[in-house]
Design a protein around this ligand. Sequence first.
Ligand SMILES: [Fe+2]
Length: 236
Amino acid sequence: MSNSFHDQLVATRDRKHSKNHPFFELWAQGKLTREQTAFYCTQHYHFVAEYLNWMAYEASQIPLRDVKNYLFENLGDEENPDDRHLDMLKDYVAASGVARDSVEGTLVLAGTDGLQSWGWRMVYQTPWQGAVAGMFIGLESQFLDICKKIVPALHKHYGYAPHAREIRFFEEHVYADEIHGSKGFAIVEKYCNTPELQALAIKTVEQATIRRWRYMNSIYWYALHGKEEDTPSLQV
Ligand SMILES: [Fe+2]
């Protein structure tokens, strides 16, 4: 492994990258029902809705103009009133046969709740250089690779034409997250400029990947088995 900070960030993220989670393996093979994929989207909605709040919070905390600008630019893309990303997600849910306006009210799994709660602790309690590493590299940059895996399956197994409105959420993020991701890396590399901050960034990225994997586990167990994990019940 190269010792550059960039490569260490990538290697840490990739060690437990959620693109390799069994849920996405099944999706890529066309083995999930549309309803199961829509269920994933409901949890992604609950997660991203908080992620956007973390960006807004960090923007209020960080005095540096380029970082603040990036956060607002990223948030502006996400919250564009004419093309809100979370609305694209609802388009996919609706196309999967699940009521579009049910998304906000769907249950929040314990794994999703855990990811939300951890994210708030991260932004409140971690120096901002570590928090942006966790957000941009540990969490957001993963979604690009996840979408690269899912999009071919949406075409091949689920019958969506390339550039169909229903799957814009996934296709757009291959593009949008390529841009957000590279700018995110640049900021982390620029401002994690001491051994201590670099170690903090690596640690926070690792925590983010573990938290996201755990969130994926609870989606997997609920969508496929109707429960949140596999601990056996006590016999009474
Ligand atoms: Fe987005």
